[in-house]
Design a protein around this ligand. Structure first.
Ligand SMILES: Cc1cc2nc3c(=O)[nH]c(=O)nc-3n(C[C@H](O)[C@H](O)[C@H](O)COP(=O)(O)O)c2cc1C
Ligand code: SF4
Ligand code: SF4
Length: 260
């Protein structure tokens, strides 16, 4: 039985969960959405398909949407998705289901999972170390229950907040982040930068250039914050209030796991 787990992850939460599932399900192929999306279309011949990603602005990341649109299904696999989030999953899994329906498929099981927050876009939504540890410990228990459900091929649950209020908030949040604020216009670097190029390498959208000893952000930003959190010098800032922010990544995930 062929099992494919597709993941998108900037700070490692979604990748760590993907790996835990892969360890339990066995013989899984792990595929980075940031890589897979570079193909014109993606042919899928799997019996079990997992899609794991962070919630952005009460929805799925743009890169995940782009990838799902490129999927070409052969057969009708069992499809599950897990949306890691900071407590407000909104419409993320509904969006996955809708995109799958465009392909005559459906989301069989959609779970949300609270993990440490990583966003400092417009406002700081990260958690203190103590809260991060609580969430990481809780997630271990929850994920083992989720894995049991996946193994049983449980169907019929799609978690999230699909209220009218959440729908309006999603619209405002997306407009505010991507159309008005535009993170690419607010990144800046301190003198600590050693021009190592890691920010350029880690960006899933190839949105960073290093020219004439200068780091530049272009306009194709996902707002994933991989550059911000993984800079080895903590030299990248976003807006005025991130200088003293501790950068976050999942403790079991290292830079090479995200870059490859
Ligand atoms: C731009 C941006 C927007 C986010 N929006 C939400 C949100 O609407 N709701 C929520 O619960 N978490 C939100 N988050 C938090 C992430 O979904 C969460 O921290 C996730 O686990 C990060 O996963 P990763 O480590 O795999 O990248 C947002 C994060 C970023 C960077
Ligand atoms: S990752 Fe940090 S130190 Fe390296 S080039 Fe980018 S900003 Fe400079
Ligand atoms: S520039 Fe930074 S925040 Fe924007 S997509 Fe690239 S890594 Fe993510």
């Amino acid at each position: 039985m062929k099992k494919s787990l597709f993941y998108f992850s900037a700070t490692g939460n979604s990748l760590a969960i993907t790996r835990e599932i892969a360890n339990k399900l066995e013989d899984c192929q792990l595929i980075s959405i940031a890589e897979a999306v570079k193909k014109d279309k993606y042919d899928l011949h799997s019996d079990i398909v997992g899609i794991l990603f962070p919630v952005y602005c009460l929805d799925i990341p743009k890169i995940v949407k782009e990838f799902l649109k490129k999927l070409n299904f052969n057969g009708n696999p069992y499809i599950f998705a897990i949306a890691t989030n900071n407590g407000k999953p909104g419409f993320a899994l509904d969006s996955v289901d809708k995109l799958l329906k465009e392909k005559n498929q459906k989301l069989d099981l959609g779970y949300t999972l609270i993990m440490p927050g990583n966003s400092v876009v417009i406002q700081d939504h990260t958690n203190c170390r103590e809260e991060q540890i609580v969430r990481l410990n809780n997630s271990k228990v929850i994920i083992s229950e989720m894995i049991k459900d996946i193994q049983k091929k449980k169907k019929g649950i799609i978690e999230g907040d699909f209220s009218v209020k959440a729908r309006i908030k999603r619209l405002i949040y997306k407009l505010a982040v991507y159309k008005i604020y535009k993170p690419q216009n607010h990144f800046w670097i301190t003198e600590e930068c050693i021009l190592c190029g890691i920010c350029k390498q880690i960006c899933p959208k190839d949105n960073i250039t290093l020219k004439n000893k200068e780091v530049r952000w272009n306009s194709n930003c996902e707002a994933c914050l991989a550059c911000f959190h993984w800079c080895p010098q903590s030299a990248i800032n976003l807006g005025k209030n991130t200088m003293d922010k501790i950068r976050y990544h999942h403790p079991k995930i290292n830079l090479d796991d995200i870059v490859k």
